[in-house]
Design a protein around this ligand. Structure first.
Ligand SMILES: [Zn+2]
Length: 537
């Protein structure tokens, strides 16, 4: 492994010099010789300096003529602006390989996280910025060290941003691999407004790890996107990444079940391995009381519900209310419907967890729906259990599939997810359409600009009213302006237009034709502070 990695480095050193760009396709044998030479040469270097790694595809893209080779020792590599470590265009910027050892009773997690990061920016990077949301909590995060080739890298933490200094700049198209080791002490579920962040908490019945791993911040316009922590909404802007996670859980009973997205393999009684590729996060929920039930969508996606025993209970008249069955079938119907409307779901499983904290929360491939909504379910579908379940499922498109800046443009995911609740009600419970508007929206007489940032609000209620509820009104009005067919055509092309980037309001609105922009102008003026598409961020 080491050899392969270092080989890449020496190739980088050579690849920069154009005189080595010669056809070697006819001499595979020579290439092997070269590989061996390069490796042994590199290995002979004492004290290897931390350096850049080129992705393996560089081998094919930068063939090297053996006869005139002039190998450069890697510690003489001086990356320059024009270095091209030919990157695999299809590869995601970040790959995470994680080994986590969990003490279920002590509520601690020891994490070893290997991060491969490819600089897809056009400029070299002298630092890597990571989102580390666990630092929101006092005493939750303890970083032991960050290393690269066994050299310690200096880092600073400010709020939820971790900046790691690189020993030499990482050139555009080049890859770096570094390793973080840290310990998490997961807090008990908080009271008050922080209870909504119970996706990183433990309770009597559940141990939740949401936003527990470091993720590399998004690059936009040559800058790291890093927002100030705020008690309203979400501040992380997350790129899709590849996740390979091995979990070892100690000090739990053998009834423990692990809810997590991706392809799951149980390696040992207490060891699980997950591969969750092309995802914005990797989230885990554990409980010794989980029951697991599943249904499939028409497209073969497995919809799995991890519920707690109180999801089934007796009503006053003695009949059994099965809130778990209702949540699961709502999730399955929503998945099928949104796949039809918004495009395919990219994973083979989606996991719904009955969460022991308020409300609900979306992650990529896994969502939480609060126990409160299960307990207050009466059998009548006109209930928060229905709405929050399908709302969190809608986030699989408006958050996971289409990324956006949840601090500055929260309506792009929240207004669309709220409106998706209505779309679901329309399809499955048309008699509840007016109930939905009255119960969910009109009761709050919402005001405010839909395109506000989270920082413009002093209370969660004002934020929800403006961004979520006025947002739903806006999308409904747009549907009336455009006609139902054109409206859903618009929402269907939006996920593809985003193309793995972080969508902005302009991404969404510029998909409308000139005529469509004209007929929706009045609606934009009514609901948005910036109605002119050209002026939108
Ligand atoms: Zn939401």
């Amino acid at each position: 492994l080491c050899c392969a990695v270092l080989f890449s480095c020496s190739l980088l050193a050579i690849g920069k010099h154009s005189r080595y760009h010669a056809d070697m396709t006819k001499t595979p044998f020579m290439l092997i010789i070269f590989l061996l030479c390069a490796c042994s040469l590199v290995q002979a270097q004492p004290d290897p300096t931390p350096t850049l790694i080129v992705t393996p595809s560089a081998t094919a893209a930068n063939p090297v003529e053996i006869a005139t080779r002039d190998l450069q020792p890697i510690d003489q590599v001086t990356p320059t602006e024009d270095t091209t470590c030919t990157a695999d265009a299809n590869r995601l910027a970040a790959r995470h390989t994680v080994w986590a050892e969990i003490d279920y009773t002590a509520h601690t997690v020891s994490v070893r996280q290997l991060i491969d990061y490819l600089n897809q920016d056009t400029r070299p990077l002298s630092e890597i910025v990571l989102d580390i949301e666990t630092n929101y909590w006092r005493d939750a995060l303890l970083i032991s060290e960050i290393t690269m080739f066994e050299n310690t890298l200096p880092f600073t933490i400010e709020g939820e941003q971790l900046s790691v200094s690189l020993p030499i700049p990482l050139n555009s198209g080049c890859n770096i691999r570094f390793e973080m080791t840290y310990t998490l002490t997961v807090p008990a579920l908080a009271q008050g407004v922080d209870a909504y962040k119970g996706y990183f908490s433990h309770t009597q019945r559940q141990f939740n790890l949401g936003h527990w791993l470091a993720s590399v911040a998004v690059r936009q316009d040559g800058e790291w996107v890093a927002h100030d922590t705020y008690f309203i909404g979400e501040q992380s802007v997350l790129d899709v990444a590849d996740w390979d996670v091995t979990l070892t859980v100690n000090n739990a009973t053998d009834t423990l079940k692990v809810a997590a997205p991706g392809n799951m393999t149980q390696l040992e009684e207490n060891v699980w391995h997950f591969v969750h590729n092309h995802a914005r996060d990797f989230t885990v929920s554990m409980s010794e009381e989980f029951s697991v039930n599943s249904l499939e969508t028409l497209n073969g996606v497995s919809v799995e519900l991890y519920s707690l025993p109180d999801a089934q209970f007796a009503a006053d008249d003695g009949h059994i209310i099965d809130a778990a069955a209702h949540a699961l079938s709502s999730a399955q119907r929503a998945m099928s419907m949104y796949e039809d409307l918004y495009g395919a779901f990219p994973h083979s499983r989606v996991v719904i967890v009955q969460g022991t904290f308020p409300d609900g929360m979306e992650f990529d491939g896994l969502v939480f729906v609060s126990s409160d909504w299960f307990r207050t379910f009466t059998g009548d579908p006109a209930a928060y259990l229905t709405l929050i379940t399908v709302h969190e499922i809608a986030h699989q498109w408006w958050y996971a599939r289409v990324g956006n800046d949840a601090a500055y443009h929260p309506y792009l995911d929240e207004a669309l997810s709220v409106y998706s609740e209505y779309v679901f009600i329309e399809e499955y419970y048309p008699q509840l359409r007016q109930w939905w508007w009255d119960f969910r929206v009109n009761a709050y007489s919402p005001t405010g600009h839909v395109d506000s940032t989270i920082y413009q609000f002093a209370t969660i209620r004002e934020y929800i009213n403006a961004v979520y509820l006025r947002g739903a009104q806006m999308f409904h009005q747009l549907r009336q302006d455009l006609g139902t067919e054109a409206f859903f055509d618009w929402l269907r092309v939006y996920p593809d237009a985003e193309n793995g980037q972080i969508a902005t309001p302009r991404t969404l609105w510029s998909l409308l034709t000139v005529e469509q922009l004209e007929i929706t102008q009045a609606t934009r003026e009514e609901y948005l502070s910036i109605s002119n598409v050209e002026e939108m961020p």
